[in-house]
Write a protein that binds this ligand. Structure first.
Ligand SMILES: [Mn+2]
Length: 241
C-alpha cells in the first residue's frame, strides 16, 4: 500500500486488458476474456477482489463486450459474500462467461471443496439460477479432492461434484412443480418484485408518491411468509417432500 497508488495500478490493469483485446481483434481470433475475482491469496489484498469490483472495472474498458467473468464459489464466499447474488448480477449484466463451482467455508483460506459439500442451500439456489437463466456456458468444477485421497478417491470426488449438481438440478425441477411451494411463492414478494413499482420519473409521479406514500401499518401487517417458503425449500433439500 505504501508503494502503489491504487488509481495507477488500475490504469495499468486497464492498459493491459485494452492491449490484449486489441491484439485479439488484430489477429482475428474469436475469443473473449473472463476475469476471475478473488479477495485474497496469494496476497493479503488484491485489486478487483469480487465480482462487483470486476463488473465496475469492465465497464471502463475500451472493449467491454469482449470481457466478462468467471466467478468462483470459494472466492466470493471467502469475502463473506453470497455467491448466488454475485452470479445473478453477472448474469444480469450478461457477463457470466464461465463459472467455477466448488464449496467453501466463510473466512477460511481458498478451500476449493467438493461442490455442494459445505453450502447445500446456497448450492441449490445457484444450480436453480444457472438452470433457469438460460446460461449455456461450461460448468467447471474448480475443486480439489482432500489431499489424502488416492486416485480412486479423486474419481469419487469428481463424480460427487457432478452428482450433487445433477441432484440439485432435479430438486430445482421439483421446486417448480411443487404446488405447496407454488402457493407459498404466490403469497411472497415474488410476484410484486417482478413488476415496476414507481415507473419512470416524472414530476407528477414524484408528487403522487409524496402525497400518497402508502400505509406503513398495512404493509407491516401483510407479511410475506418467507419463513414458510424457506422451510419448504429446506424440506425439499432434506428429502422429506
Ligand atoms: Mn478458479
Amino acid at each position: 500500500m505504501a508503494a502503489k497508488r491504487p488509481g495507477d495500478a488500475l490504469d495499468r490493469y486497464r492498459e493491459a486488458m485494452d492491449f490484449l483485446c486489441e491484439y485479439v481483434i488484430d489477429q482475428g481470433y474469436k475469443m473473449r476474456f473472463a476475469m476471475e475475482p478473488k479477495p485474497n491469496e496469494p496476497r493479503g489484498d488484491t485489486f478487483l477482489p469480487t465480482v462487483g469490483h470486476a463488473l465496475a472495472f469492465i465497464g471502463t474498458l475500451a472493449h467491454p463486450e469482449m470481457v466478462g467473468l468467471n466467478p468462483e464459489t470459494a472466492h466470493e464466499t471467502m469475502a463473506g459474500l453470497a455467491f448466488y447474488h454475485a452470479v445473478a448480477q453477472a448474469l444480469w449484466h450478461k457477463k457470466l462467461f464461465h463459472i467455477d463451482l466448488n464449496a467453501q467455508k466463510i473466512g477460511r483460506y481458498d478451500q476449493d471443496l467438493r461442490f455442494g459439500s459445505e453450502d447445500i442451500k446456497d448450492a441449490f439456489f445457484l444450480v436453480k439460477l444457472l438452470e433457469e437463466s438460460g446460461y449455456d456456458g461450461p460448468r467447471h468444477f474448480d475443486a480439489h479432492a482432500y489431499r489424502v485421497e488416492n486416485p480412486e478417491g479423486v474419481w469419487e470426488f469428481a463424480a460427487g461434484c457432478m452428482r450433487t449438481y445433477l441432484i440439485l438440478k432435479e430438486k430445482a425441477r421439483r421446486f417448480a412443480a411443487d404446488p405447496e411451494i407454488a402457493a407459498a411463492l404466490a403469497g411472497s414478494s415474488t410476484p410484486e418484485l417482478a413488476k415496476p413499482t414507481v415507473g419512470s420519473y416524472s414530476k407528477a409521479a414524484a408528487t403522487a408518491l409524496k402525497t400518497n406514500p402508502g400505509d406503513p401499518n398495512a404493509l407491516a401487517a401483510r407479511g410475506y411468509h418467507n419463513e414458510r417458503l424457506d422451510q419448504l425449500v429446506m424440506e425439499l433439500l432434506m428429502g422429506v417432500r
